[in-house]
Write a protein that binds this ligand. Structure first.
Ligand code: 9YT
Length: 130
């Protein structure tokens, strides 16, 4: 077995920064588990357009508050600390973190991401803010 520490990932290529989020990719395909595990910060007051067409994802919120809008039906699902949402239909969605506090999410992807995906291949399209 192995122990993987967040502190050892910070500042490496496993720490990825975008406009509206930062993700610390703790477990990747290379680790051989079949899934990947990410500790992701969603910045307060932002909206991110996400569509993982090739992956299933479970997202457990351990800090902060926000909402997920699923685009096929326009439903808005409030999400706060201690709640997990599962994208079991490759749902295209908007993830919004409310003002005031960043959201911190533990995300599991199946299959594992390699860490080399671009945002487009990964299905992440940040919404540009004016
Ligand atoms: C909340 C969420 O979907 N996080 C995904 C992980 C992050 N976008 C990454 O590591 O690419």
């Amino acid at each position: 077995m192995r122990v993987i520490k967040l502190e050892d990932i910070l500042g490496t290529e496993q720490e990825v920064k975008a406009d509206t989020w930062e993700s610390r990719r703790l477990v990747l395909k290379k680790d051989g588990m079949g899934y990947s595990v990410h500790d992701t910060i969603i910045k307060a007051g932002t909206e991110t357009h996400i569509w993982y067409q090739n992956h299933l994802e479970a997202v457990y919120c351990i800090q902060g508050e926000g909402e997920v809008e699923t685009l096929k039906d326009g439903k808005v699902h409030p999400i706060k600390k201690n709640e997990i949402y599962i994208l079991d239909e490759h749902d295209e969605h908007l993830l919004r973190a409310y003002e005031g506090e960043d959201m911190r999410m533990v995300c599991v992807f199946l299959p594992a991401i390699t860490g080399q995906e671009t945002h487009d291949e990964n299905g992440v399209y940040p919404v540009l803010e004016d």
